[in-house]
Design a protein around this ligand. Structure first.
Ligand SMILES: Cc1cc2nc3c(=O)[nH]c(=O)nc-3n(C[C@H](O)[C@H](O)[C@H](O)COP(=O)(O)OP(=O)(O)OC[C@H]3O[C@@H](n4cnc5c(N)ncnc54)[C@H](O)[C@@H]3O)c2cc1C
Length: 410
């Protein structure tokens, strides 16, 4: 049998593309013959893990810092201020209402399973043929049609949608297979790297392990400021974590790969200036000269951070009365500019996404169709577009899936 569309990948993007292709065909009076291939035993396995099980699937706040790609403006030819409404309308049609939490969109139930159920139900209702536990291994072009070879058979199709996701989170389905399939069809792949993950620092952070604190973190590449994030900083024994570090990890991974010096400079007290900190230290000293340095720093910082800074400065055992002006200046500097040289980012096992991927120069942003092979569409995370934390990657997966589903040739 010849299919109208074969979709490879039953994640957010592939399911969206299959549904949109089916409904588009029906609205034009055609009966869709669509096959969805998924190598996992169930659809949307990764989705259950997103947003800590709540599935943060879109974000109303959009600016040029939200997506990273070598083809800098490509993401913004696709993602617009209306994208969030499109996601909302798509899920409304599937019977899921979304809730808006300060611009972050979730299913009203706050359960990722609502999203997976709605997508799976619509796939059944649209009579999309679903093959679970079946992996696409290669694709050939024969007489202007695509022939997809899997571990269980082969299928001929007019349109092919690759929605295989990236290499991150292999336990949830992440793999290199989408990149390989795209390469075999003539597409260029920019080496994928782990993104949205922790950063391992040169310095042992054992003393700070488990600490969570509000802070500002600045990413420096070869001593030049690259970007700044503010939020909750988490420490692990190996280094830095938390959402703001995840956001820094995308450019960090790219520059580490190029052997550049990468460091994160942490401001533990972003709301206080250095003079304000020094003034506090001086007044503490004059009121409490016989109390320890730790007692003094604990008035400003998490106890473990106070221990870390005083240990690094060799002043842990001292009393505040023993400190001079220069030491006060040094303490304030370390509170405002604590430098953590980065040696590596996390692995694909630890990463939420793969950054880099299929070169978007070869893709039409209006339809997600390949500029190299007609009737081939590429969507979602496998492309060289990475969103920051906050729903941007799922929003990308949905919107590119919608575009590909609308773009098929019938
Ligand atoms: C723990 C975690 C939390 C996250 N939280 C969020 C969040 O809250 N918000 C957000 O925006 N993003 C989040 N992300 C990122 C987001 O989940 C992904 O970017 C998004 O799911 C990508 O969608 P996709 O459809 O492109 O790829 P995927 O969801 O990876 O789907 C691809 C599917 O293709 C299948 N597949 C691959 N190759 C083949 C093959 N050869 N044959 C058959 N099937 C194949 C895979 O098994 C997989 O099911 C999170 C990621 C992780 C790991």
């Amino acid at each position: 049998m010849r299919y109208d569309v074969v979709v490879i990948g039953g994640g957010m993007s592939g399911m969206t593309a299959a549904i949109r292709a089916a409904s588009g065909m029906r609205s034009r009076g055609k009966t869709p013959h669509i096959l969805l291939l998924e190598k996992n035993k169930k659809l949307g396995k990764k989705l259950y893990a997103t947003g800590n099980g709540k599935c943060n699937l879109a974000n109303r706040n959009l600016d040029l810092s939200c997506y990273e790609s070598e083809n800098e403006f490509f993401p913004y030819k696709i993602m617009t201020v209306n994208s969030c409404n499109e996601v909302e309308a798509f899920f409304r049609q599937l019977g899921v209402m979304l809730r808006d939490d300060h611009g972050y969109l979730y299913p009203m139930s706050m359960q990722a399973s609502s999203i997976v159920w709605a997508l799976s139900d619509r796939i059944r209702a649209e009579k999309i043929e679903l093959h679970l536990s079946e992996k696409a291994e290669s694709v050939k072009i024969q007489d202007g049609l695509y022939r997809v070879y899997t571990d269980q058979g082969s299928y001929e199709t007019v349109n092919l949608i690759l929605a295989c996701g990236g290499a991150a989170a292999p336990k949830l389905g992440g793999s290199l297979s989408g990149y390989r399939l795209a390469e075999s069809l003539g597409h260029t792949v920019i080496q994928p790297l782990p993104g949205l993950c922790k950063l391992k620092t040169k310095e042992d952070c054992e003393l700070l392990n488990g600490v969570r604190t509000g802070a500002e973190a600045a990413l420096y590449i070869d001593d030049k400021l690259y970007m700044t994030e503010r939020g909750e900083l988490q420490f692990t024994a190996e280094g830095l974590s938390g959402i703001m570090i995840f956001n820094l990890s995308v450019p960090a991974a790219v520059y580490l790969k190029q052997n550049e010096n990468v460091s994160v400079v942490v401001d533990f007290l972003p709301d206080l200036t250095e003079p304000a900190i020094i003034s506090y230290l001086e007044s503490f000293q004059s009121d409490n000269p016989d109390r320890t340095v730790l007692a003094c720093l604990n008035g400003l910082l998490h106890e473990k951070i106070s221990q870390y800074i005083s240990k690094r400065m060799n002043i842990s055992g001292k009393y505040t009365g023993e400190l001079d002006k220069h030491t006060f200046y040094e303490i304030a500097k370390r509170m405002k500019r604590c430098i953590f040289p980065v040696i590596s980012s996390g692995s694909f096992e630890e990463a939420q996404v793969a950054c880099k991927g299929i070169d978007t120069m070869q893709i039409n942003p209006d339809t997600m169709e390949s500029r190299i092979q007609p009737n081939l569409f590429l969507t979602g995370e496998m492309l060289d577009v990475t969103g920051k934390c906050g729903g941007y990657n799922l929003m990308w997966a949905v919107i590119t899936g919608i575009k590909a589903g609308n773009g098929i040739h019938i």
